[in-house]
Design a protein around this ligand. Structure first.
Ligand code: AMP
Length: 470
């Protein structure tokens, strides 16, 4: 059987009731309906166009699966509806069962439904007037039909709607409308927690409901690069946690730990606008209490490029990231390609230490002139800011050589050095073409390579990178 239906929004229910009475429709039957929608553990129903719900009509419980929509002017989709044992206790047990199987609650749609029935062109047509919480007044016209009569049934529905005086077609399901309304609702202020105990308590409900958690570790001073990570996390997880912690163990004593920007109130606001549910902002002693002794080292990878320039840096990064993983226990963690070596080290750590988290890498966000966004860009004065574009220009020159077939890393290195020399305020720390897996320079570059640059502009050290090929 196919469900063929059309939904109309902004409906004057009194006028449609009168039109239905004039057509001799039976009814109405009036029910309160509560639909608990779930998403699957193995695929995303929002993408596949499927829907799965527990419908509660008084004591009646039904399980409904709706398949993807077929392309048509009206909504046509396969539907399976299975009656369940009645009552509140049974409903609670079904919800528990589904969650144990990995199905996650998405939203609850509550409506008061008046159902009318009438015969048209040999079809049993149902007309429902729905008052939906938070969405408004709707009408649905619906028939169940065999596939071979689907086109005729659709035509019948369209003509009936015209007779009932409803015309504003709403193609979206109530669930989709509710999720869209939620997404555009004014940004919430995320909850801010500082201790491990508060964090655990704040995540307990998500854990109980087997919701997915996405973590975005940051040091704050948020910009669009960070926000792109948060948005990526928002798109795929039920709960989004951003951590804001300027991690002392990844700074050497002479580095900018003390003056690193900490615009905390702005950061929390930006987190809320980008969709963060929970900001974890631990104090130093929360992560490194008196007597702290344990550090993570990803040998080899931690010693080249940034690691050579900043001894101990990656030991501090790997340590704090593993601690954040253990505290938040995210399903997915989001990092920027901007810090390519950091990403590679975290991926290695996750693999080597069997950490159950998906590391998601997001592309580098740049200013229109190519400068990668960085919290440290705010140290630059106007002239330094202009000269800072030399990092991207240098990599762009090397990329052109690589794309023209140059595979000698020294040639790419020279091209970058020459470019950087054109900016008088810029001092090269390194500007190299390396193997993207080892971060070592090979004798000849392969089908994939990584350009990595670190340049001091005035007192500010900037890094960037570009992947080439594969
Ligand atoms: P930070 O606050 O500098 O530790 O950065 C936090 C996260 O944001 C890291 O995963 C960075 O790689 C990422 N990130 C920083 N800048 C950018 C950018 N311009 N584009 C994309 N991701 C970035």
């Amino acid at each position: 059987m196919l469900e063929i239906e059309q939904k109309y929004s902004a409906v004057d229910h009194a006028a449609v009731r009168a039109a239905l009475a004039a057509l001799g429709a039976g009814g109405p039957e009036v029910h309160d309906e509560t639909d608990h929608y779930f998403n699957a553990p193995d695929r995303d129903f929002a993408r596949t166009g499927e829907a799965f719900r527990l419908r509660r009509i008084g004591a009646v419980n039904l399980l409904t699966y709706k398949g993807p929509k077929q392309p048509a002017a009206v909504k046509i989709r396969p539907e399976l509806e299975v009656p369940l044992l009645p009552g509140d206790d049974a409903a609670d047990e079904y919800v528990d069962l589904l969650q144990r199987l990995g199905y996650r609650p998405v939203a609850v749609v509550h409506k008061r439904r008046e159902s009318f029935t009438l015969q048209r062109d040999g079809f049993d047509v149902q007309v429902c007037l729905d008052a939906v919480d938070d969405l408004g007044s709707f009408a649905e016209v619906e028939v169940l039909s065999e596939q071979e009569h689907a086109a005729r049934a659709a035509d019948t529905l369209t003509r009936l709607a015209a007779e009932l005086g409803v015309s504003t077609v709403e193609p979206r399901s109530y669930l989709t409308q509710l999720l869209a309304a939620r997404a555009t609702a004014s940004p919430r202020t995320p909850r801010v927690v500082e201790t491990a105990a508060e964090l655990r308590a704040a995540l307990a409900e998500a854990t109980r409901q087997r919701q997915t958690v996405g973590l975005v570790p940051t040091m704050g001073a948020l910009h669009d690069g960070h926000l792109s990570l948060i948005r990526a996390a928002r798109a795929r997880n039920d709960v989004v946690v951003a951590s804001i912690f300027v991690n002392p163990t990844q700074f050497a004593p002479h580095e900018d730990f003390a003056r690193y920007p900490r615009p905390f109130a702005d950061d929390v606001r930006l987190c809320g606008e980008a969709g963060v549910d929970l900001v974890f902002a631990p104090a130093r002693k929360t992560l490194y209490p008196e007597g702290y002794r344990t550090y993570v080292e990803v040998t080899g990878l931690q010693d080249v490029l940034e690691g050579a320039a900043r001894p101990g840096h990656f030991r501090g990064v790997a340590t704090v990231v593993l601690k954040l993983f253990n505290l938040v226990r995210p399903d997915r963690a989001y990092f920027g390609q901007k810090d390519a070596q950091q990403v590679r080290i975290i991926q290695q750590m996750v693999r080597d230490l069997d950490v159950p988290v998906d590391v998601v890498v997001c592309p580098t966000i740049r200013e229109p002139d190519g400068l990668a966004l960085s919290s440290r860009n705010r140290y630059l004065d106007a002239d330094q800011r202009r000269q800072a574009t030399v990092l991207y220009r240098a990599m762009d020159a090397a990329r052109r050589l690589y794309e023209a077939g140059e595979r000698d890393p020294a040639a790419l290195r020279r091209a970058m050095a020459e470019q950087i020399a054109t900016a008088p305020a810029a001092v090269v720390d390194y500007a190299v073409a390396v193997d993207p897996d080892t971060f070592e320079p090979p004798a000849r570059l392969g089908d994939a390579a990584l350009l990595a640059v670190a340049v001091r502009v005035g007192d500010t050290r900037l890094i960037d990178n570009l992947r080439l090929g594969g």
